[in-house]
Design a protein around this ligand. Structure first.
Ligand SMILES: Cc1cc2nc3c(=O)[nH]c(=O)nc-3n(C[C@H](O)[C@H](O)[C@H](O)COP(=O)(O)O)c2cc1C
Length: 384
């Protein structure tokens, strides 16, 4: 069978066949596996797109191992996504100490009392058990400088900064033949990030899974494109099939960055229960909450969102809030309180009805995009 052709400038920039990237997706919980593991990266890159490793939950050493494993399994281009926090501070500055891990209970003691009182109150009210979780102090998020160094040493073809401004590492990345991508949720940030000299910018709309801004994709794309020019734009947030890809290309984007649809694949790293939740969701079944990381984040709706909203507490800065959410989520899971647990996912969950191999998702998306662009557009247009 002949392969459809769908090329944009992005294909030339990254050396790929199709302008579709699977998004960098990290873990939802402390210690949970990543949403975008090696298997997903390899499957997407081998199928002609570009797979991006969700590196935010790995230790620095695991990150290096994962990159080397990708290189072993494919010679196609791939990316690595990290979260670069502005500052790590659990009250005692523990993020800077060179310990590999600490019990969550010890970290929690450093946090403000009203938050701990709230955790205790919820545990009492719901009869939740104490569960000890080890906090990785050597994760890529806790050690961003070392992690960036690993990516540069390994000459990762595409470095993606899921959070924060990667401007500081661009000259060294370029000197090593790498491209650098940033992510924005509004036009102001798009302008600022474009000025830092990055190669590509993703604009992610409010409907996207994971950290998300306030602007819907349809309004965000043209605004971010104008603000970022001449840095080319990729679209994200709500793209689940060829209709979304075609719309993004029609708006002038040179490619797409797709999260939730690739999470719900055989190779996607979400827990089976979270994949099932995505395929049984309607378009109304996700919510934005600051409960998980302290930043606005979209996940499958669950009662933890309501508990946090009713707490009256202000979110702690990322990643400190993760300690609070992890303390409760670990207990919810242990107590089988499934109503209080849901994975990160976008509104596009409403059009995802089955778990498929990632290659098939990509091939279907390409075929549908080509079909729409070549034959199915509802308006017939021409110049007189
Ligand atoms: C489970 C999950 C984990 C995510 N983790 C990250 C992450 O670690 N870094 C990042 O840059 N974005 C992360 N995101 C956001 C995605 O990269 C992407 O921008 C988003 O999923 C796009 O919207 P969509 O889900 O509608 O496709 C995550 C998204 C999901 C669904």
């Amino acid at each position: 069978m002949t392969r459809p052709i769908l090329r944009t400038k992005l294909c030339d920039m990254l050396g790929i066949e199709y302008p579709i990237l699977s998004a960098g997706m990290g873990p939802t919980l402390l210690g949970e596996r990543t949403g975008a593991p090696v298997e997903l990266v390899v499957a997407v890159s081998e199928a002609g797109g570009l797979g991006v490793l969700g590196g935010s939950g790995f230790t620095v050493e695991e990150l290096r191992d994962a990159i080397r494993e990708i290189k072993k399994q494919t010679d196609k281009p791939y990316g690595v996504d990290l979260l670069l926090p502005k500052k790590i501070d659990f009250g005692g500055g523990m993020g800077s100490k060179q310990v590999d891990s600490m019990p969550l209970s010890a970290v929690l003691k450093k946090l403000p009392k009203p938050y701990l009182d709230w955790v205790d109150k919820i545990k009492k009210e719901l009869g939740l058990p104490d569960v000890e979780v080890m906090v990785r102090m050597n994760s890529t998020t806790m050690r961003p400088q070392e992690s960036v160094k690993v990516c540069i040493e390994e000459k990762v073809p595409l470095f993606c900064a899921g959070l924060g401004d990667p401007g500081f590492m661009i000259p060294e990345a370029h000197a090593n033949g790498m491209k650098v991508l940033g992510i924005t949720g509004n036009a102001k940030n798009a302008r600022r990030m474009a000025q830092s000299g990055l190669d590509l910018l993703v604009a992610q709309g409010h409907e996207g899974g994971g950290h998300t801004g306030r602007i819907g994709t349809m309004a965000l794309l043209p605004a971010a494109m104008d603000a970022a020019a001449p840095v080319p734009l990729l679209a994200a947030g709500g793209i689940g099939d060829g209709r979304g890809v075609a719309a993004a290309l029609a708006m002038g984007c040179i490619g797409v960055w797709v999260g939730t649809r690739f999470l719900a694949t055989d190779e996607g790293g979400a827990l089976p229960v979270n994949k099932q939740r995505i395929i049984s969701s309607t378009d109304e079944d996700t919510r934005v909450s600051t409960a998980y990381t302290g930043k606005t984040l979209r996940a499958s709706y669950n009662k933890f969102h309501d508990l946090w909203a009713e707490s009256g507490l202000a979110p702690l800065p990322f990643p400190t809030q993760v300690m609070i959410s992890s303390a409760l989520l670990a207990s919810f899971i242990e107590a089988h309180k499934d109503d209080y647990v849901g994975g990160l996912a976008g509104q596009v969950s409403g059009i995802i009805h089955s778990i498929k191999p990632a290659r098939q998702v990509l091939e279907d998306m390409v075929a549908e995009t080509v079909d729409i662009l070549a034959r199915r557009l509802p308006a017939s247009v021409t110049w007189k």
